[in-house]
Design a protein around this ligand. Sequence first.
Ligand SMILES: Cc1ncc(COP(=O)(O)O)c(C=O)c1O
Length: 451
Amino acid sequence: MNELARQLNTALENTITGALLSARGRRIYFPRGIVAQSAEAKEQAHKLNATAGIAVQGGQPLHLSPIRAHIPDLSPEEIFSYAPTAGHPRLRELWRREMLEKNPSLKGKRISLPIVVSGLTHGLSVLADLFVEPGDMVILPDLYWGNYRLIFEDRMEALIRTFPLFDEAGALNLQGLAKLLTPRSAQLSAQAAPPAGSSRASSGERMSAKVILVLNFPNNPTGYSPIRAEAEQLHALLSETAETGRQLLLICDDAYFGLFYEPEIYPQSLFAEAADLHKNILAVKVDGATKENLVWGFRVGFLTFASRGMAGQEDAFQALSQKVLGAVRSSISNSSTLGQNLLMRGMQAPNYEEEKQRMFGILEARYRRSREILNKLEGPLRVLPFNSGYFLCFDTGGVSAERLRQRLLRSDGIGTISIQDRYLRVAYSSVDLENLEELYGTIMRRASELS
Ligand SMILES: Cc1ncc(COP(=O)(O)O)c(C=O)c1O
C-alpha cells in the first residue's frame, strides 16, 4: 500500500470513516504528483510556471477563437484551464454558504467543505469506490432511481435490499426501513427470499455492522418528500440504529432539493440532522447544480460530509477529503471548468435568487395543475403520494406499465417511463402547463383500454 494511503488510514483510525472504508477506499490517496505540484506552483512560481499540461501564451491559455467567441464574457482562464481537483475554491464556498442558509439546522455543526464532482452520478460513484465492498448491504426504498442498481450492485457488487417506500396508509414506511436496519431482521432477510426489486440471490450475504442507506428526497420516481413528523421519526430511527452498534453510511441524494411544494414537508435535507446525530453515522450530502440550478449538462455536483464522531478531528476530515480527491483524480481527474465558472457567475448575479424563485414558480404551477387534474380524473390508475420534485408515479395495478408506455408512445406520441412493469413515471416538470390535461387524460384513457 502506498505510504500516503497508509498515513490517511492512520488519521482515520478509530473514526466511523475508517470503519466504513472499502479495501479500495483504504488504498486510495491523493498523490503529491503533477496536480499537487502544479497547485503549489500556481501559488509560488512567480517567474515561470512550467508545470501543468496545458499550453500558455502571455499568461493566458492558448485557445481557438471560434470556441472562445461563443463565451465572450468569461476570460480564457475561466473557460479553458483545468479546474482544481476539489473544484473551484470560491464555488465551494458559495455552495456551502447556500447550504447553510437552506438548512438552518446545520448551524454550528462541523461539515466538510463541499468537493466538486462531475454531477451527482459521479459523486455516487466516488462514494461507491470509497465505501462499497462486494457483498455490502445497500438499503433503498423499492421505488428508486434506476442508476443506483447499476452503480451499487452491477458495478460494485453490493447487495441491494429494498423496503416498500409507502405503507398501507400511503405514509413513509419507516417500519419497513426499520426492519432492514436492525441486525436481527437483516439476518432474517438474508435467509428469506429477496425482497421485491432485488434480483441478486441472498445466499452468501454476510452479517456485518456496516450498512449503507441511500435516501433520496424529493424521491425519483415518486416525487415524494417526508413531512415533518416523518422526518423526525426517521432521525430517531437512524439514531436508534446507530445506538445498536450498526455503522451507517447515510447517503442523502438531494438531487431535487428545494422543490418542495407543500408546507407540511420537512424543508431541510435529512443531512442537516444526521450531520451530528451519532458517532456511528457518517452522513454524506450528494447534491448539485444539475437540477437545483437547472444546468443538467454542466456536470457540477458536490459531496459534503459530516459525522458526530469526527467533529473536532480536523486531521480525520482532511484525510477523508484526500481520499475523495484520490477517487476523483483517478476517475475523471477534475470537473468542468466552464460549468463551474458559468455557475459561479450566475450564483453571484444580483437577480440569481429572483430567477430561481421564478423557475420554482413554473414547476410549482405544473405540480398544482397536476393535482387539480388528477383529483377529477377517473380511471384504473392510482397516483402514488407526491408533493415535491419533478415527477409523479402511477401504480398501474392490473395493467402492464410497459404495455401502457408502449401504447402511449406508438399511438399518441407520448413518452413516459415504465418501472417494474407496475409503475408509470411522469415527469410533469418537462411538460408545459397547458398540455398537462391532455397528458393525463390520454394516459388514463389508454390505461382504461388496456385494463
Ligand atoms: C435521484 C437522482 N440522483 C442523481 C441523479 C443524477 O444527477 P446528475 O445528472 O447530476 O448526475 C438523478 C438524475 O436523474 C436523480 O434523479
